[in-house]
Design a protein around this ligand. Sequence first.
Ligand SMILES: Cc1ncc(C[n+]2csc(CCOP(=O)(O)OP(=O)(O)O)c2C)c(N)n1
Length: 642
Amino acid sequence: MSDRPQTPLLDQITRPADLKSLSDAQLTQVAQELRQETISAVSVTGGHLGAGLGVVELTTALHAVFDTPRDKIIWDVSHQCYPHKILTGRRDRIRTLRMKDGLSGFTKRSESPFDPFGAAHSSTSISAALGFAVARDLGGVVPEGLGDAIAVIGDGSMSAGMAFEAMNNAGHLGKRLIVILNDNEMSIAPPVGALSSYLSRLYAEEPFQELKAVAKGAASLLPEPFREGAKRAKDMLKGMAVGGTLFESLGFSYLGPIDGHDMDQLLPVLRTVKARATGPILIHVLTKKGKGYAPAEAARDKGHATAKFDMVTGEQKKTPSNAPSYTSVFGKELVRLAAEDDKICAVTAAMPDGTGLSLMAERYPSRCFDVGIAEQHGVTFAAALAAGGMKPFCAMYSTFLQRGYDQVVHDVAIQRLPVRFAIDRAGLVGADGATHAGSFDIAYMANLPGMVVMAAADESELAHMVATAAAYDDGPIAFRYPRGEGEGVDMPEVPEVLEIGKGRMIQNGKRVALLSFGTRLGEVRKAAEALTAKGITPTIADARFAKPLDRDLILNLAASHDALITIEEGAVGGFGSHVAQLLAEEGVFDSGLKFRSMVFPDTFIDQASPADMYEVAAMNAPQIEAKVLEVLGVASIGEKRA
Ligand SMILES: Cc1ncc(C[n+]2csc(CCOP(=O)(O)OP(=O)(O)O)c2C)c(N)n1
């Protein structure tokens, strides 16, 4: 407790309404204390730090001015919502962020009425806010009531297509709707693209001091009603509406840019907007990611995501590992292949570090493309790169590739274009929870005609699969691998090009065959050791491919064992379903094979450590062992005897 910051004023705030009685100076102090509390909490839990620190003043001002939960604040991505959670009755649990049974690291409807809309994938907030605004105007009824709808969206997230689709619709509908563009000139990596340069131009020549003076008197200066007076406001508030034409042309009133760390600007502007806005309005707020915590401000990613850390030094507490991460194996392998083949190129959607492509960007910048948070565009762009004779690797997290799914189907698969999908963060990812789990890609890729789908069982397998994908030119190909470190196996000097659709035997046994797809293989081996000690030695095979299936391998395993169990790190409808389909069609079940398929349960699993999440999914070694005993009838015999 002793290293907790002193927060005398914040201690008196148990809900946002408590802010209403405070003076502007006191609100400024609350924001300061909120910053210290956020730093302290994240030092204990790890998580998203920089984005939250950038919005402590904005969070305080929004809750002081608006009436939540009746008014809906919708945080885009919502990785910046920790200060919001502290102010909305969750301070007592803030040091459980991202832990099993703790607070989610994102907004979550089931967690609090102050989280009207959950998020974690970007660029949904304007659509959601517009939905609330329309529901309000149509007489929708919810327990908290429906007031203003306010989307807070970062400059990185604003670059995604969905944000523009929403603004286009909002401008057309003309409803009262507030969008706050939280512009910190950062995404996870420095933002890329024309929008980013455009936003910079909007404020490049505007000194804050001058604006601050104007903003202080904003309430009296702004014409009424706000929207109709936009032109006059523009003339009067020199700087506030300069160059707001992009947003204005989409039907929004544009206000800004204002200094998002200055309560003397934030409070009067928000109060004026609350009092006078009639249609859609965009407030352009400038903030600093990591603001107020030197180690975060100095970090390359501005403290975007951090492990637990020492508050004084900022040093992160990471457990050292002997094995390389899957991400780094992919990144290195790709660079090695790119050196040999100048047609190899790569696409990331705003995740150069997360996908390991920063290495490629460094070595071959002209062949590595960060398209911004734009998975849909990234996939189609890669499709056309392939159509143009290049060999594109489209590197995305499983969960974010979901957003580009129609592009995978329509632009890549139907045209049989050889895009190589490097699918990172496959399976359960841990602290980021259900929104980030890579649960569905096996199912959504393997059901596409002509798509090759591989999963790496360890880091050496991943190296082979990168080489295989590079060599494969007949159509689209995907390979998946999990978050985190590999198994510590020896790496091949020169990775092999695998034969498409061929699995491999790991060990020969009797009675039961375990057919693994992906990195559960490690747990399968452990289960097999325990079983061997009990006198049952299972056969183990690594399928490598969910599509095309290794028919010979599977049918042979089925023919020579009493039972066949598949296991994969994904939801139903994936590898096991394809195997079941094959066995059914081949009539194998007609002659009594016992078949089981271990997949994720039909629930969204909340955040915890990956191992705990796999425990919930019943897919760790003891549970695999139990499954074998059950299918062989051994467990029930044991139970009956006991
Ligand atoms: C669809 C999607 N793609 C990628 C991500 C990963 N991601 C999380 S936060 C983030 C950067 C967001 O930048 P910005 O909106 O500017 O917010 P900031 O963190 O700078 O406050 C990215 C790319 C995501 N959440 N959703």
